[in-house]
Design a binder for this molecule. Structure first.
Ligand SMILES: C[S@@+](CC[C@H](N)C(=O)[O-])C[C@H]1O[C@@H](n2cnc3c(N)ncnc32)[C@H](O)[C@@H]1O
Length: 235
């Protein structure tokens, strides 16, 4: 109830909050089901809101893990900072495209997972590209970008953009949420850096790498996936 009240107040004032209620426990569990909690991880969370994912992650993470939560909304950041007193968590008031600065501030080089609920469907193309590029750079080889969005999105809103940056993209749905969710798992290849994608951070706008470049970089990475199935793998 606390989560829902605080959430709705901010939803009314800030369009970037984007969803009227926090993610359901079903949605949280399904997204986090991709995480290997048996090992120490660096996990980055974009848009923690009132912290439904943050709480779940901290409950399941090992002691040697680190969670970096990046929240643009100042009220949510204060709510989280007052509520969460866990030395494994760092809460930062910033926007997701600045993820590399956040990692640096936390003295970390790369992350195992990035989780995101930010509303990609109304981000301008250049900002979307910047966030995807910097997320790719923030992840370890083999690391995963786990995204949850409302199910009303078409492939044009996010999936086709993820496929320009990540060699493996899976999508699925979680109906037990209001509204139902579309979930994405985008995996960074073992040899998939900015040079490989042909992108530089300062040349993102309108200069997407050809999908085939990424598909090539995905081949032979030893990830055990059939890359020819990946682009339309709605599970
Ligand atoms: C759909 S809500 C998800 C909130 C929460 N994680 C949940 O699952 O209930 C989106 C969240 O992303 C935050 N947000 C939107 N744009 C952002 C950005 N560019 N960088 C960081 N956070 C952002 C919003 O303030 C909001 O907290």
């Amino acid at each position: 109830m606390f989560h829902t009240m605080a959430y709705m107040k901010n939803f009314i004032k800030d369009k970037d909050v984007a969803s009227i209620t926090p993610t359901s426990p079903f949605g949280v569990r399904k997204v986090c089901g991709h995480i290997d909690f048996a090992r120490n991880n660096v996990i980055i969370e974009y848009g923690p809101g009132t912290g439904v994912f943050t709480d779940y992650l901290l409950k399941h993470m090992k002691n040697g893990s680190h969670l970096i939560a990046i929240e643009r909304n100042k009220n949510f950041k204060s709510i989280l900072q007052n509520r969460i007193r866990d030395p494994r968590a760092t809460i930062i008031n910033d926007s997701a495209e600045n993820v590399l600065e956040a990692l640096k501030a936390c003295k970390r080089c790369e992350a195992d997972y990035v989780i995101s609920g930010i509303p990609f469907f109304w981000l301008p193309r250049d900002l979307k590209d910047k966030i995807l590029h910097n997320t790719l750079m923030a992840l370890k080889p083999g690391g995963s970008f786990l995204v949850y969005q409302t199910c009303f999105q078409t492939d044009q809103h996010l999936k086709v953009h993820l496929e320009r940056f990540f060699p493996i993209v899976h999508t699925r749905f979680e109906l037990r949420n209001i509204p139902p969710l579309r979930l994405f798992e985008a995996v960074k290849g073992n040899d998939c850096g900015s040079r490989r994608t042909g992108l530089r951070p300062d040349s993102l706008s309108g200069s997407a790498p050809a999908g085939s470049t990424l598909a090539q970089s995905g081949r032979g990475m030893g990830l055990g996936h059939d890359l020819f199935d990946r682009t339309n793998s709605d599970l």
